[in-house]
Design a protein around this ligand. Sequence first.
Ligand code: SAM
Length: 199
Amino acid sequence: MDRQLLVRKFDKQAKKYKKRQENGHANKFRQRIFHEAKGKVLEVAIGSGLNFPFYSRDIELTGLDFSHEMLKAAQNAAKDYPFKTTLIQEDVETVEFNENSFDTIVSSASLCAYQEPVTVLNSFQKWCKPEGKILMMEHGISTNKLLAGMQKSLDPLALKVVGCHQNRDISDIVKRSDLTLVREERYLAGYLYLIWAKS
Ligand SMILES: C[S@@+](CC[C@H](N)C(=O)[O-])C[C@H]1O[C@@H](n2cnc3c(N)ncnc32)[C@H](O)[C@@H]1O
């Protein structure tokens, strides 16, 4: 899909994401994994900042997104949190950081949108310090056959309307990348993946 078209799709969704700040159905899963973020944290595809409530007060956060509208919402949300936040408008598929720049890399609900998700994870492997953590909460193909069938048939429509795939096998993507999978938990009929990995 054309890049500018994809960015515009997410720009349009920014208000909807802002509303989810207080009562998002995924908050308990965000809480379960993202309190582990420590030190210099890179959050890719940060959206409107829905993970802010779950971070420790003493992290130093760099947030990246290619949508200006999402970043505006994140900038506004960041005012309520004590940690230092730097937001940058970049495409995670092309941005460059030095090797070993971050103690933690966070990704949520974003592997669904990338053209080359394995390549993005390979970048995480380079950017994260060897003793650091890569924490992910992603949605993907369900373990339930009926739901998986629906996800497969709805995939082309979802891509067109919201810009993200519904049927990606997140475990397989992680296994095909240079990351080392440490732990995986699946929830909501196996459709929600929590992944702990390292570089
Ligand atoms: C479904 S939203 C999730 C936002 C946030 N991570 C969350 O958990 O609420 C996907 C986000 O990924 C961003 N995004 C998608 N592809 C991207 C890319 N290649 N580079 C940077 N941001 C991207 C979108 O702009 C959007 O903010």
